[in-house]
Ligand binder design. Structure first.
Ligand code: ADP
Length: 306
């Protein structure tokens, strides 16, 4: 029953003022995975994360973290999750070591169980343990945020996309650490705008738009969708029967004499599609092709739900 790291059922949020930020969202995050939560700006990602963090009060639905319902058992739910916020906010007069000690104190971690230096080492900030936070670079601050989210050793960590001022090298470093954490058994949820990143890192990808869950599937399946290619054919005569072939994944009649065939480009090329159609005795008068990539899929999924 508690196999999921996070379980969300029929979650809705309507802000005071009437804005519906989440609309009946349900999904599970399996333990031990890296889960990507994608969606354009304003989709509802932060609302969802903040609901889990106990910062936003949901309108309806249920959510649990590591088997603990956020309403019935908020303390345990909170103890099992670490959240890395988007915004960097530090007291400039605390050193990284002090920041971690303070955070551990907030979570009630006894002194004997604190592991500030170990965490600083893990995020490669051990040589900055006693430097003032204001002397740290943007990248160092970001890594300190990750360490802060880990002080109570939660089995689940959520990284809200670090956007502004994060360069490629820093992202790489951050993701390397995320993978390292995951290898140690930590379940990771990350929000990102970058499909490529999600593709590389995540086992499973959910996309939300306008507060609605549009898709939630293994990354491999999403990428398979990107292997699909579409050819649109206009035939001389109206079609009576839909042409069928093993390598056709979908055949759609657009109008009497126009067909759209979705095929797997690993199995067939456009020329072969045409041959198959011609061998059925159908004469082709016009052809256009279209290739889907992850970006396309993302766009089509998010625009369909508009
Ligand atoms: P994302 O993180 O995907 O960019 P958000 O969860 O921040 O999306 O926002 C979802 C929608 O809810 C947006 O339309 C946003 O303007 C609205 N929203 C967010 N926070 C509030 C709030 N405190 N009050 C009213 N509306 C809000």
């Amino acid at each position: 029953m508690t196999e999921n790291a996070i379980s969300i059922q029929n979650l809705s949020k309507i802000y005071a003022g009437g804005k519906q930020a989440l609309d009946n969202v349900s999904f599970n995050v399996e333990r031990g995975t890296i889960f990507g939560l994608l969606g354009p700006n304003g989709a509802g990602k932060s609302t969802l994360i903040n609901t889990l963090a106990g910062l936003v009060k949901k309108t309806s639905g249920t959510a649990s973290i590591w088997g603990f319902d956020i309403d019935d058992n908020p303390r345990n739910a909170k103890a099992n999750i670490g959240i890395v916020p988007q915004e960097i906010m530090f007291d400039p007069f605390f050193t990284p070591r002090e920041s971690l000690e303070l955070q551990a104190g907030l979570y009630g971690v006894p002194k004997s169980q604190r592991r500030s230096m170990e965490l600083l080492k893990a995020v490669r900030l051990d040589d900055k343990a006693d430097a003032y936070a204001r002397t740290l670079s943007g990248g160092m601050k970001r890594r300190l945020l990750v360490a802060k989210a880990m002080v109570h050793s939660p089995p689940v960590i959520i990284l809200d996309e670090p956007t502004a001022g994060v360069d490629i090298e820093l992202r790489q470093q951050l993701w390397e650490y995320v993978v390292e954490l995951n290898n140690q058994g930590v379940t990771v949820v990350l929000t990102t705008h970058y499909l490529e990143e999600a593709e590389q890192l995540c086992d499973q990808i959910a996309i939300i738009n306008h507060g609605k869950l549009i898709t939630n599937q293994p990354t491999k399946e999403l990428i398979n969708m990107a292997r699909e290619k579409i050819v649109r054919l206009t035939l001389e005569n109206d079609i009576i029967e839909t042409p069928i072939h093993d390598a056709f994944e979908k055949v759609e009649m657009i109008a009497g004499s126009t067909l759209e065939i979705t095929y797997n480009k690993d199995k067939m090329n456009a020329g072969e599609v045409l041959s198959v159609i011609q061998s059925m005795g159908l004469n082709i008068v016009d052809v256009t092709t279209k290739e889907a990539d992850l970006e396309d899929i993302f766009l089509s999924l998010t625009s369909n739900a508009a």
